[in-house]
Design a protein around this ligand. Structure first.
Ligand code: PEP
Length: 253
């Protein structure tokens, strides 16, 4: 049985004070939950606040990116080992905003994934198609390419140490959510793709859905057989909404 995970992707939002308020709100709201894993991914400068405020809780915290390099002359980058060093548990890798706005390629993303795993950080690999790709019937081709980048470079074992998030680009920040059936179909396809190399690893792999998940639609998405939680953008910035989504994970566990 896979334990659900609800992870918040704060993107480049908030101030120091807002980060602390949000963390305290989430901390209080999820305190009694036993069956769902909860994580937040604040911007880099606020990770230390998560480290401090969440130290006495089961809530994990993560970064929104990690370097593909181990260390050295790479100005502006942050290594997986540095993150691990001060208690970071997760790193979002290959978010569509980074693919589109920062030109990240599948090969680069596979290297970031590998660095995270090597340092004991759990990568959350984002995969997903654009609207144009969906409308031209290319969804499976695109997500297969995203998932295969890590499979081919690192082997199926890499998926024993990571998490996948299916995030259709057309659903991110748009208010349009994939229907539970649309999402389930892609999740099942992704799991099958990994199962073709190792059924055991595929059975244990958590595949999150991301794309305008909110309190009103979380339960029916998470109820799908292959949806193991959510990666939440906009709704992770309001403690009450994020906690309500965590509750949906708790209730569906
Ligand atoms: C995201 O960016 O990872 C995301 C899922 O955003 P939103 O929930 O706002 O669609």
């Amino acid at each position: 049985m896979r334990r659900p995970l609800i992870a918040g992707n704060w993107k480049m939002n908030g101030t120091k004070a807002e980060a602390a308020d949000l963390l305290n709100g989430i901390k209080a709201g999820v305190a009694g939950m036993q069956k769902v894993d909860v994580a937040v991914c604040p911007p880099f400068p606020y990770l230390y606040i998560a480290a401090e405020l969440l130290a006495d809780t089961a809530i994990g915290w993560g970064s929104q990116d990690v370097s593909q390099e181990a260390g050295g002359a790479f100005t502006g980058q942050v290594s997986a080992a540095m993150l691990k060093d001060f208690g970071c548990r997760y790193a979002i890798i290959g978010h569509s905003e980074r693919r589109q706005l920062n030109g990240e390629t599948d090969a680069l993303i596979a290297r970031k994934y590998a660095q995270a795993v090597r340092s004991g950080i759990v990568p959350i690999l984002c995969v997903g198609e654009t609207l144009e790709e969906r409308e031209s019937g290319k969804t499976e081709e695109v997500v297969a390419r995203h998932i295969d980048a890590v499979l081919d470079a690192e082997g199926v074992e890499a998926y024993g140490q990571g998490i996948v998030a299916y995030e259709p680009v057309w659903a991110i920040g748009t208010g349009v959510t994939a229907t539970p059936e649309q999402a389930q179909d892609v999740h099942a396809f992704l799991r099958q793709r990994v199962a073709a190399k190792s059924k055991d690893i595929a059975d244990g792999l958590r595949i999150l859905y991301g794309g305008s998940m909110k309190p009103g639609n979380a339960a029916e998405l998470i109820a799908q057989a292959d949806i193991d939680g959510g990666l939440i953008g906009g709704a992770s910035l309001k403690a009450a909404d994020f906690v309500a989504i965590c509750q949906a994970g708790e209730d569906n566990a």
